[in-house]
Every structure is written in C-alpha cells, then in structure tokens.
Design a protein around this ligand. Structure first.
Ligand SMILES: NC(=O)c1ccc[n+]([C@@H]2O[C@H](COP(=O)([O-])OP(=O)(O)OC[C@H]3O[C@@H](n4cnc5c(N)ncnc54)[C@H](O)[C@@H]3O)[C@@H](O)[C@H]2O)c1
Length: 336
C-alpha cells in the first residue's frame, strides 16, 4: 500500500486529484493536509469523505511538527498547496511567499527526513514569464508577478533538494486548468457564475492574452503519469496543447449560456500581466501523456453545466463568504 500526502487537497485541482486517485488506485491511502484558506473548501471533498482510504488534516504546510507527524507514515508528498491567485498575490505578496516558497521548503525537509520515495511539486507555466514562441522545460524562468515568482522559488528549492540531498523529486508545470470546483474568482468560473446571474464579465484590457487551457482531468492524469513514471530530478510541462485568447473563452461562455455580448466589460489590465503562455508537452508525451484537446469545447460546456447544476456550491462562496466579497470589491474597484 502507498500512502500519499496531498497538500492543498481541498482546493480546485487538489480535490479533483484526490477523487481521481482514490478511484484509480483502490489500494492507496490519500492523506489530505490543507489549511482551509479562503480557497480551501470541504464541500469539494464531500463525496470522498467516507472513503476508508481517505483522511483529512487541517493545517498549514509551514507547521513543521504537523508535517513531520504525517510524513513519518507516508511514502510521498504531492504538493498542491499554494496561494494560487495572481491578483490576490499582487495585493498581498507575503501570503504567496509564505505558502508558495517557505511552505515548500518545510515539506521538502520532512520528505528528506523520512526518506520518501517521491516529492511531487505542482508548479505552473507562469514561472516562464511570457513568450511569442513555446515554452520548453529547459527555458529560463522569468516570472513577472509575485505569485509566479514565489512558485518559481518553490520549485528551485525542490531542484536543490534533488541536486544536494538526492531527494527523488518531480516537478510538473501545469497550464491554465478549468473544470468543476474551481473557486469563482478565476476567469472561467467567475464569468460563468456572473453570466448565470446576467451580471457583466470584467475582461482585462483587450482580452487578447493567450493561455493554454487544459481540462482538470487532463491535469490530474498528467500528474499521475509523471508521479509514477517520471525520472527523479526532472521537470515536465503538463498542458492542454490548446492555446486560446481570453476573448475566445468569453465568446464560448456567452454562446453556451445564451447571453448577449453587451455583458462584456473591458476593465483596466492586471499590472505585469503576461501576454501569452504556450507549452511544449512533448516531454510528457514521451511518458505516454496526451491531452484531450479535441474535447476542449465539450469539456468547457460540461463545466458550464456543472456550475448551472451546482448553484448552491458557488452561491455559498459568492454570496456568503466575506473574504470573497472583500477581495472582489477591492480588486475590481481599482480596475474601473
Ligand atoms: N488553477 C490553475 O490553473 C493552475 C495551473 C497550474 C498550476 N496550478 C497550481 O496548482 C496548485 C493548485 O491550484 P488550485 O487552482 O487548485 O488552487 P486553489 O486555490 O483552488 O487551492 C489551493 C489549496 O491550497 C490550500 N492552501 C493554501 N495555502 C496553504 C498552506 N500554507 N498550507 C496548507 N494548505 C494551503 C488552500 O486551502 C486550498 O485548498 C497550486 O500550487 C497552483 O500554483 C494551478
């Protein structure tokens, strides 16, 4: 039996990954460690809560005593825990440094102490900065924002623990991910839920920023493949091979929800906003990974349908979470 600690498992990708792993590997034990920040949500794990192979611990990845306690009985750590929102990290860079850099180091220390078989760190394509071409794993890291700079720092510490201490590490750099349980501050769930309520959608600048979009199950599959078959010390791009400008996403969401273009509001762009990301995923292809890019529109429609069918999930956040409302009011007041 394998015991995996999944940090940040109550968040968007983490909770989808927990569900995916419990289904795929019935002999694995999954231990979630999550601080339940504004983005952590036990509702995301409601359907796995009673699974005997699942357990949950509320706590911070910076709490070395708690991390050691869990790590001593585990074989590997998969680290999703992070302050994941660029905009929030502009307002409060300290929280990003604390979770995306310092916390990674605390986890690495525990993995080293208890001689784990794997340390899998979930990073992001944003560590590369912006490009007119395509990012390959050997390219320089040129992050432009506090979020991505803290993520880059975290993954460089992962690299150092491999080079210096021989820790069997894997880093995956994921691209923009979408799907169920995505916190409604990020573009796709924010826009879907605004449109359901006939509210305007705030598009940064001209909306022609390009992102590589990947369905969350593709991301989970990529992580699973790299975790089990990746070479220790290596970095892998996990993407959707599916570059789209934001305006194309907005147009598709309007179409799926049958809403008018008059709901589009162009607002002041995010400072330091990267213009374009694009990922070469051929190294992951060598491990057998292939994103289902031909299903992109179908998956986006399914995601829209999920938000329509799960209003209670997102209304609890948008209408009752004071932290959500405070952030949205402050951030978008500055974008007018
Ligand atoms: N969402 C994307 O498009 C995307 C793309 C590439 C990479 N990533 C990376 O994937 C990971 C997960 O992203 P997400 O979108 O699911 O984020 P999320 O914000 O939905 O979830 C983050 C989770 O981490 C927890 N957390 C935060 N700080 C913590 C701490 N100090 N200790 C313990 N738990 C803590 C939160 O409570 C939350 O449950 C992040 O590392 C992010 O950088 C995300």
């Amino acid at each position: 039996m394998q015991t995996l600690i999944v940090t940040g498992g109550a968040g968007f990708i983490g909770s989808n990954f927990v569900r995916y792993m419990l289904n795929k590997y019935p002999d694995y034990r999954i231990v979630v460690l999550d601080a339940l920040t504004y983005a952590g949500n036990l509702d995301n794990l409601a359907d796995v809560w009673k699974n005997p192979n699942f357990s949950f611990f509320k706590g911070d990845i910076n709490d070395a005593a708690l991390v050691d306690n869990l790590a001593q009985n585990a074989d590997a750590i998969v680290n999703f825990a992070a302050e994941s929102h660029n905009d929030r990290a502009i307002l409060n860079p300290q929280a990003a440094v604390q979770s995306n850099f310092n916390g990674v180091w605390t986890l690495l220390e525990a993995a080293r102490k208890f001689k784990h078989e794997r340390f899998h760190h979930i990073s992001t394509d944003e560590v590369y900065g912006t490009t007119d071409g395509i990012f390959r794993e050997g390219d320089p890291l040129e992050p432009n924002q506090p979020y991505s700079a803290a993520k880059a720092g975290g993954e460089l510490m992962v690299r150092a623990y491999h080079q210096t201490f021989g820790l069997p590490t894997i880093v995956t750099r994921g691209s923009n991910t979408f799907g169920p349980y995505h916190y409604p501050e990020k573009i796709i769930p924010l826009f879907i839920t605004n449109l359901i309520d006939d509210q305007p959608v705030p598009v940064y600048g001209d909306g022609m920023q390009v992102r590589d979009w990947m369905y969350v199950l593709d991301h989970c599959r990529g992580i699973d493949i790299a975790l089990h078959h990746g070479t220790p010390g290596e970095v892998y791009n996990v993407g959707g091979d599916n570059d789209r400008p934001n305006m194309e996403i907005v147009t598709l969401l309007l179409k799926f929800l049958n809403k008018p273009e008059s709901l589009i509001r162009h607002v002041k762009d995010r400072p330091g906003h990267d213009r374009r990301y694009s990922l070469d995923v051929s190294k992951m292809g060598g491990l057998g990974y292939r994103p289902e890019k031909e299903r992109f529109e179908e998956r986006l429609k399914e995601t829209v349908d999920w938000y329509v069918a799960n209003e209670a999930w997102w209304r609890k956040i948008k209408e009752k979470q004071a932290e959500y409302q405070a952030f949205m009011n402050q951030w978008y007041a500055e974008r007018k």
